[in-house]
Design a protein around this ligand. Sequence first.
Ligand code: RP5
Length: 164
Amino acid sequence: MKFVSIIMGSKSDYEIMQNCSETLDKFNVKYEMIISSAHRSPQRTKDYVKEAEAKGSVAFIAAAGMAAHLAGAIAAATTKPVIGVPMKGGAMDGMDAMLSTVQMPSGMPVATVALGKAGAVNAAYLAMQILAIFDKELAAKLTEDRIVKEKAVALDSKEIEVIL
Ligand code: RP5
């Protein structure tokens, strides 16, 4: 069984991260989702990564705010791709989390997406694009999704466009 793992540092991250799980649901991609913190529950985080890997997790999506060490801690425990979603909040409203998530030392990558909803959605897309390398059906769905998005641009424009 192949699936994606979503880990968030706190229940307070859940509202935004629902955008991630809902995106995976839309494409019928299996996932596990848990709360585990790099700081408050380091052993639980490490144990989960090992167990999920053994069960077939192909990519880890890690959401955290403030010091935002979760994605890095997960990257330290696995060689599977890790996607970091910085969360808003804290003194710098997410800028701190974004820099913390993106600034990994060489050889320990975390693919960092944007703050907020776009980041949560894109984390799901990126994980699916990784899965789709060896899943033709999913690859076709992602291609179809791009076509739908492209058509939507033209339709949206039609409603408001002014062309001389
Ligand atoms: C991070 O600290 C969490 O990922 C969350 O974004 C932030 C605040 O956590 P709470 O104090 O709301 O639990 O570790």
